[in-house]
Design a protein around this ligand. Structure first.
Ligand code: ADP
Ligand code: AMP
Length: 214
């Protein structure tokens, strides 16, 4: 199983990827998490991309490809969230998959209106210990520290109104048109991401079930 999750910022890509990877034992490849790990570790690469991340701009394609492609194991089961983010990345992904004799099982497009997304991002918290995503109201971090996730639970550097506006703009310009490409291949399923988190997970599991059985 090789699955892509597409969707605007705040639609729940990382929330769903982390739940699905846990439920199905998939490997979660999250471009955003990989980028933030480089920034937090203050690597040379991290320093070179921090500005793009904090402004809500796309990190240059050559950098993102170098980070992402080694993770796409031919034999593995993975769920990729946050990639591709433009046509050039989609072409590079296609070429890399063909070279490894891999085909995508399904592309899930999470859909929600911009108004819902900004409210979600406002309450988003991320665990510095696990990278796991929470929401102060809709998916609160575990209260008992030392439990599953010790935190701390912080706001992301790019969860500012300006960066979110730019991410949304880029989503509509660059990512949304990619859906037609996967639709033509017959592997796209659109999911209503306005529903509660657990319902969205169930809808995705339903969409993946024929591919998992096959
Ligand atoms: P993305 O990875 O697409 O940017 P996230 O997974 O980070 O989105 O989700 C954004 C915020 O919205 C997080 O705080 C998350 O807990 C919350 N969230 C995700 N899905 C839902 C949902 N279906 N309903 C309510 N809140 C959600
Ligand atoms: P995300 O965690 O998916 O919201 O991504 C956070 C930030 O990481 C984005 O605003 C970009 O700066 C960067 N990023 C994530 N995925 C990509 C990608 N595929 N191409 C370019 N930049 C990306």
């Amino acid at each position: 199983m090789k699955v892509l999750l597409l969707g605007p910022p705040g639609s729940g890509k990382s929330t769903q990827a982390q739940r699905l990877s846990r439920a199905l034992s998939y490997f979660q490849v999250s471009t955003g998490n990989l980028i933030r790990a480089h920034i937090q570790s203050d690597t040379e690469l991290g320093r070179s991309i921090k500005g793009y991340n904090d402004r809500g701009e796309l990190v240059p394609d050559d950098v993102i490809l170098k980070i992402i492609l080694p993770n796409l194991e031919p034999a593995g089961r993975w769920i990729l969230d946050g990639f591709p983010r433009n046509e050039a990345q989609a072409r590079e992904l296609q070429a890399a998959l063909e070279k490894r004799d891999i085909s995508l099982s399904r592309v899930i497009a999470l859909e929600a209106p911009d108004e819902d997304l900004t409210a979600r991002i406002k309450g988003r918290r991320q665990s510095l210990a696990t990278g796991w995503t929470y929401h102060v109201e809709y998916d609160p971090p575990p209260e008992k520290r030392g439990d599953l996730d010790t935190g701390p639970f912080v706001r992301r550097e790019d969860d500012t109104p300006e960066a979110v506006r730019r991410q949304l703009e880029l989503y509509h310009q660059e990512v949304e048109p990619l859906k037609a490409h996967y639709e033509k291949q017959g592997i796209l399923t659109a999911i209503d991401a306005r529903k509660p988190i657990q319902e969205v997970t169930e809808d995705i599991l339903q969409a993946l079930s024929p591919a998992r059985a096959g």
